[in-house]
Design a protein around this ligand. Structure first.
Ligand SMILES: Nc1ncnc2c1ncn2[C@@H]1O[C@H](COP(=O)(O)OP(=O)(O)OP(=O)(O)O)[C@@H](O)[C@H]1O
Length: 314
């Protein structure tokens, strides 16, 4: 097994301008390693370049410059092996309307030259919960079922790396949970998983490691816990015994607000302050507390700090 499932160096993509538009430099020299065996999140606001990146991995978009190695195989030197090592579940729900689910998998297996004896179409359909739809035409499947069929198609050649581009967009909670538990199972069995999602809680929960892309550049790439630890800010929330009439002055560099007359929120720098000191200061200001809790920064805070955007903003 290679150390990295994906190794990308100096990856550039410039889309040619059309209709009088200037060329668009969508990827600006990306260097990125995806450790083998990880669940890796690729995050970024709309238009950051995530799909471009994934489509280059999938061989659907031609890169302008740079190198891509998939499972140790250079895309330019060993195109067949690098393609065989990756399965991509695209964002769009395109399924061939004229095939039934089973035949769609068989055709896909044929495209990847999987010998008949090694095909597992029924087993894969069962795993994604589409066994009873094996003979149904793809066009009769619901959106959620089409999504599952696309996951199944990406798995027919048993790729070492599975890429999921926005797999849970517009998907109900039940299917989302099913997809994620299946992804976890695949990962436990050795598949490296790369996913993009606009649901940051999902990325925080699922991913071992996360890269954040903004304007075609990697602005952060770290283990999820380390990424969350990057923000120094922490918030102390105090429930007051009696309503306060004004915001107490507690010290320099502290952000103090009254959420309501009985809820005081203090945002502080972890490297400068300790929570017990802050509680003492609140008490010294004549305010008694009935409840105290702290809030850690979450991925949304890190994302906002690095991109100044929410993930769904353009
Ligand atoms: N086929 C294309 N021709 C020209 N420009 C394109 C093409 N595809 C994408 N772009 C541009 O490249 C940039 C990156 O787009 P991309 O779709 O990779 O972003 P993204 O991060 O996947 O966004 P989203 O979260 O909305 O899916 C954008 O400015 C987009 O307009």
């Amino acid at each position: 097994m290679p150390e990295n499932a994906i190794e990308v160096r100096g990856l550039e993509k410039t889309y040619a301008g059309s209709g009088g538009n200037a060329p668009n430099r969508a990827l600006k020299g990306i260097d990125l390693d995806v450790p083998a065996g990880s669940i890796f999140g690729l995050l970024g606001p709309n238009g950051a370049g995530k799909s471009t990146f994934i489509n280059i991995l999938a061989g659907l978009v031609t890169k302008t410059a740079g190198s891509v190695r998939i499972w140790g195989f250079d895309q330019d030197v060993n195109p067949r092996q690098s393609r065989a090592a990756i399965g991509v579940v695209p964002q769009e729900l395109n399924v061939d309307p004229f095939f039934c689910a089973y035949d769609a998998l068989e055709v896909q297996a044929g495209l990847y030259a999987v010998p008949k004896a090694e095909r597992r179409s029924m087993e894969i359909l069962r795993r994604v919960g589409l066994e009873d739809k094996a003979r149904a035409y793809s066009r009769t499947l619901s959106g959620g079922m089409r999504r599952r069929l696309l996951v199944a198609k990406a798995l027919v050649h048993n790729p070492a790396v599975l890429v999921l581009d926005e797999p849970t967009a517009g998907v109900d909670i039940e299917l989302r949970q099913m997809l994620w538990s299946y992804v976890r199972e695949l990962n436990a069995a050795g598949t490296t998983v790369i996913l993009t999602t606009h649901y940051l809680e999902e990325a925080q929960e699922m991913c071992d490691r996360i890269a954040i892309i903004n304007h075609g550049e990697v602005v952060a790439c770290d283990d999820t816990a380390a990424l969350l630890g990057r923000l120094d800010a922490k918030t102390l929330v105090l429930r007051l015994e009696q309503a306060a009439t004004e915001v107490p002055q507690l010290g320099d560099g502290l952000q103090v607000e009254l959420r309501d007359p009985r809820t005081l929120r203090i945002t502080y720098s972890r490297s400068r302050w300790q929570a017990p000191d802050l509680v003492s200061r609140v008490q010294a200001a004549g305010l008694a507390c009935t409840d105290i809790s702290t809030e850690e920064p979450d991925l949304e805070d890190v994302f906002l700090a690095l991109t100044s955007k929410t993930p769904a903003e353009g």
